[in-house]
Design a protein around this ligand. Sequence first.
Ligand code: ITT
Length: 194
Amino acid sequence: MTLIIATRNQHKSEEIRQMLGDAFVVKDATDYPDWPEVAETGTTFLENATLKAEAISALVEGYVLSDDSGLEVDALHGAPGVWSSSYGGKEGDHPRNNARLLEEMKQVPEELRSARFVCTMVIAQGGKSLVHFVGRVEGKILNSASGAQGFGYDPLFAPFGYGKSFAELGSAIKNSLSHRGRALAQVVDWLQTP
Ligand code: ITT
């Protein structure tokens, strides 16, 4: 089965590819250079995921999957949330995003550093959303960046129970418990249910 992912974020599609394995052919914006930029004007993960999935599915045949995701930090009242990608001031600039997060969290004590990654996935076809799923993983924000794997906020986020950041744990462990992995498992169930 071919699954078209409405994303320009190669890290997301690579993780999805790894998790789906051989049963699916995963395509993304790199396979469709003419895709338009879809403005993420929503204020929730679901709104933005729906915008991306519906816009792209109007242009291609078959199921389109979108992923809108981000980090919610309790001490920052849920920020950066849907604005995770541009938190440092420039879209997709992960070092700047991480620098701002560390700065904002500088005075926050250990017991108040709880956070979660959230991933909302929408499946759409023919320009219409069909269904959505949400995955979350709870953890805490570290005091400094640790590890070199993964992407985005991974060096600053340690899932509860592991004592290491996602960037230290590596893709196999990350995928087994991540927000994206948990949302994708529900997508696969839905796709495989006759
Ligand atoms: P597309 O909209 O093209 O899919 P994007 O990167 O702009 O790509 P989002 O708007 O969903 O996607 O923003 C996601 C941001 O949330 C991402 O840039 C990271 O900053 C953060 N993020 C999401 N999942 C993450 C993960 O697994 N590890 C680290 N950071 C993550």
